[in-house]
Every structure is written in C-alpha cells, then in structure tokens.
Design a protein around this ligand. Sequence first.
Ligand code: WT7
Length: 680
Amino acid sequence: MSQERITTLLTDSRSYLPPEHGRTSAWICGPEEYDELCRRALEDPSDFWGARASQLIHWFKRWDKVLEADDAHHKYKWFTGAKLNASFNCIDRHLISGRRNKAALIWQGEKETDVRCYTYQMLYTEVCRVAHALSSLHIRKGDHVALYMPMIPELFIAMLACARIGAIHTAIFSGYAEGGVRSRIQGCRARVVITADAAVRSGKIKPLKANLDPILEKCPSVGHVVVVRNAGLENVNMQRKRDTWWHDLMDDFTLNPDFPCEPMDANDTLFLLHTSGSTGKPTGVMHATGGYLTYAAHTTQWCFDMRDDDVYWCTADAGWITGHTYGLYGPLALGATTIMFEGVPTWPYPDRYWRIVENFRVNILYTAPTVIRSLMRMNEAWTERYDLRSLRILGTVGEPINPEAWRWFYEHIGNEELPIVDTWWQTETGGAMIAPIPYATKLKPGSATKPLPGIDAAIIGSAGRDGDEAEEGAKAGHLVIRRPWPGMMQGVYCDEEKYQSYFSRFGCYSSGDAAEVDSDGYFWILGRVDDSINVSGHRLSTAEIEAVLAACPEVGEAAVVPMPHALKGEGIYAYVVTRDEVPWSSSLRVKLRDTVRRDIGALATPEYIQFVEAMPKTTSGKVIRRMLRKIAGDSHEEIGDTTSLANPEALAAIIAGHNNLVAGRHETENAPDEEESSTI
Ligand code: WT7
C-alpha cells in the first residue's frame, strides 16, 4: 500500500455512533457490555470460550479441557477429548429445532432466472447422498478431497459432505489456472477432485474440467474426478474409470437419504486452504473441527448480530476463507439463511447486488472494498431504483477501506444509519479478529476498530512495509496476537517450519501486517510487511509470480512488487531483465503477461511489465525491493539513501523506464481486462 493512501485513511477523523434502534434486542447491547465481555474473556479464557462452545455448538461428547497449550512449541489444542461433526451442526440439528423447512441456502445463478433454494431438509438429503457417494468411492476419514468449482450449490454440498464423513476438503478458487491448481492438488495429495464442466463468468464460459485434465497427469494421487454439469458444455472429455458425472453418481437409487456423521475429534482437521506465502509454494493452512466451527459461529453471531430470521449474504467466493467461514460454516451453524451468488457484481448491469438484496430481502451484506469501489463508479440510479430497506448490517473484509468507499457504502447503501463492520482477519485466524460489534462499537471509517472479546491483539516493534524499520517515534509496528483463540490454524500441512515461522520472531502469533493503534485503542491496518500483494482483497505471493516469469526462456531475472491501484487496492508490477540478446518488445510483454494468466490465473496478471537492464542490488547481490516498490508507486523521491546500492547507475534508468511505461498506459497491450476486474 502506498504511503499516500495510508495518510488519507488516517486523516478521516469523523466517528459514527452505533444506531439506537435495534440495540436492546442485540446480542451485545452497548459499549459497556462489550468492555465487560473483553474483561471476562481475558481474565478467564477457558470459562469464556467454554461457555461460547456450549452455547453455539452441538457436541457428541464434551471436552476434557477447553485449551491444551504447549507454548514452547506454539501448539494449541482446543476442546480436547470432545467429539462433534460440522455437517451435523450445520444441518441435522436444525431439523429438530423448527428449521426443517426454513431456507438454508438460496442460490442466485449468473442468469437472473436461475434461482435454487434448499431448505435444511433438502440440504440434508443432498449432503447425505453425496457423503454416501464419496464413501462408495472409498473416501474415508482423513482423506483429502479437492474442490475446483464455481459458486454453485454443489460446492457447499460437497464441503458439507466431506465434513460429514471426515474427509478434508481443499477448495481451489475456480479463477486459478494451471500452476495454481496443480500445486494445490499435489500439495494435499487429493484422492478425489470435484469440479464442473465450466464456470460461467460475465456471460462467458470458462472451462474447468478441460483445464484440469492436463494438470491431473502430474497428480498421481487423484483416483476419481466428479464433474458437475453446470454450463451444459458439450464434448466434455470423460476419462473412463476415473471420471464420473455428479448427476450419474447421484442417480444411483441405492444412495441413502440418511447417511451417518463421522464423530470427529475436536482436533481432527476440518479443511485445508492454501494461502500465498513468502515463497513460491502456497501455504496449506489447516483448521481443526471444534475450534474453527466454534469460532465461525461465535464471530458470525456477534460481528453481524445474526438473528434467527436473518437472510445473510457474504459475497466472497468459497474458494477463499471468507466464503468458508461466513458463506457456509458460520451462518449454517447458527441456522440462518445464506445466499450464494454465481455471478459478478457488474454483469450484465451493475445492479446485480441490489437486485439480490431486494429480491431476497437481504438483512446482512458482507462484501469487499474493491467491490464497493467498482460499484461506486457507476451511476447512482443503479442503487436508487432498488428497495434496500431490508438491510440492517453492512460489512467489509479483505483490505482497508478507503474513506471515499466507506462513505459511499454508508450513504447509498446504508442510508446513513447502518453500521459497517470492517473486519480484519486472515486465512490463518479462521474468523474475524479485529472488528466492530454492530450495536456496541463507535465506528471510525478505515479502522477495523477494536479486537473482539478474548482476542489479545497488540503492536510490537516498529515496522513499515517491506520489514523496513519505521521512522523513529512512529507508532506503526507488527500486528501480533498474544494469546491463542479457538479459530487459529492448527498447523501448516506438511510444513512445520512454516508454521513455526509465524511465532519465531515475537514468540506469539505474528500476522505479517503492519498496524497502528490510536489513542482510543483503535487499530489501523497499514498493509503487509512481507512480500505478498493484496489484489482485490486476495493475498498473492510475489515469489509465486516471479517464479512463473523466471521460468520463461526469455527472462533472466524478475522482481514483482505491489503498486497502488484505484480499484483493486493493490496491483501487480513486474520488473524483468531479459536474457542476453532477447530484445524488449511489446509482444514479449504480452507473452509474459499471458503466461502468468495461464499459469496462476487472471487475478495475478501484472498491470505493468517493465523491462530493465539491471535490478537495483546490494553489494551482496540482493535485489532491493523497497526501491522497486517506490518506483512502481510513483514515489521515487522517497527512495532515500542509495549508498547501499552496488549499481546506483541502474536506478535512473529504471525511473525513466517507469515514467515512459506509465505514460504509454493506453497501449492496447495494457487495456484493462474484463475477466480480471471481475475476479472478486
Ligand atoms: C490479509 C489476509 C480475511 C479474509 C480475506 C483475506 C488483509 C483482511 C482486512 C481489513 C485491512 C485487511 C490483511 C491480512 N486484510 N481484512 N478489514 N482491513 N486489511 O484473507 O487472503 O488470508 O489475507 O488481508 O493484510 O493480513 P487472506
């Protein structure tokens, strides 16, 4: 994130009090109650989390201990000895609590007229049949199942079916391309992949099964592929023995409409989800059944003040953690109605969200700042013509929200009265950590406000982006969490060293974000301190993109850095040194750009590729990314001290090259790409 944007965030000093009406019936009614909960939660965490776990989750067997902590190895086991099943909690128990015929899942397809609704009973039957089908493919507790699927009901059904039999699901965002998918499937040695013929995006068909076939040649663990017919593609190549259509599998009349739940230990893994790490290899974050589910239900209830008759819509794709926690597990554990949308906000018109809110009378809308920024560019008439009065709570996640977007959301969608919960968290934290409580927390636009009860967040040391030490006296530092919480990851799959690296620097969980705390105790997130890039609220690894570029025969060296981007928050900027005698050309630029798209996915496409003679390096040969970042962010006057450079003469040429490149932005090779801008 650029310095400039941080400044704007910090200069919006207005604050907004929680609304009065609705307060008395809220889960947490005001600041006093919030303060009291924080005090109690930190004073006796076992009592606090034990009480929440009993209130929110059905346990087949109660725990022996709320928390078994091994501080020396940073291993934390929640609810040890307890038994539960996530699918039972999200479905079965609601069948006998009067919610049998309540809508559990409402699905809005990309096409306006495509709507499917599943009651809890219907969801139960589907999930049982899929669970039975998976187990007839010999999938058992502890086996890995990869889900490479668009936002269709079968995705949630597959997740719950895995949870039912104790298989560990790994969702892979359907916008990922070859390399991204391969490393994730190989990373968890999935035995089954569930996919679809294709995804439908902005009216276009994006094949998934055809993408998958060449990838699977390098994934020997995969014995079965189940394919959902979603886009009606013809000529889908089905490999005999390995591939089955979902509908053929489900058509088996012997499948049982009641299929038993596997009683899971609270510390058995519920799912694996990859996030970008500091190396080219994605980090396989593992979440445990008991702690994760408790934390998902707990934060969904308090952060969104979720009530029993609420219609709740989290717009995130289930390929990301937000879709897991707040699209599926949190709301269904609470017995709410969750909405799933296959399409994008702007196609065919930029009114899709507001139509959905009006059609289904959505009460809670949780989305990303990048979506808000893309919608606020449109004519106001697109919001005005819809009745948004059902909305009660708004939320954002993924990146800091700039005051302009906050104010637009507040005025045009929230009618200047709805609370906006800006929730800070990560794949690793399982659920929201720093976030307002709708009827209890005064809001300051751009701040995720204060830690939730029981979350011991703090700022340690001084840090700016890039791990640079911040200037003296600056309040910015590393955002850390000093005590364990039930939603925290249980480990990194097959990479203990990576897991330990989260704790090694400060002796407690380090988020990798820099943040500041103001005099009211409000947290202001400043961005990552490592080399990841936050594109439209999604964490991408610079190392992963660099590796793809460096693998091209024309490329000698590549360095990827973030740049500020008006819509996406951050964009990707790549510097490339070509190999001897390879000339710089626009066609090479296009080729490199396409390679990244094809290998990782549209989300990772660089905004700019700049050819340079040499990277700025230290005398020991290390690329000085901080300088490249300043240049990409148009802030070369802030480069500062260049005495550590081995090749100071390279810098002027890089700056000049950057200026030329940006001036020529309108070249067709850099034209904005529809698919990219809709990857939300
Ligand atoms: C990174 C985590 C949490 C699910 C979506 C992304 C950034 C997230 C906020 C927020 C400022 C935020 C952080 C964090 N981030 N929420 N409300 N304000 N920054 O999950 O891919 O694991 O990325 O997203 O930098 O570390 P993720």
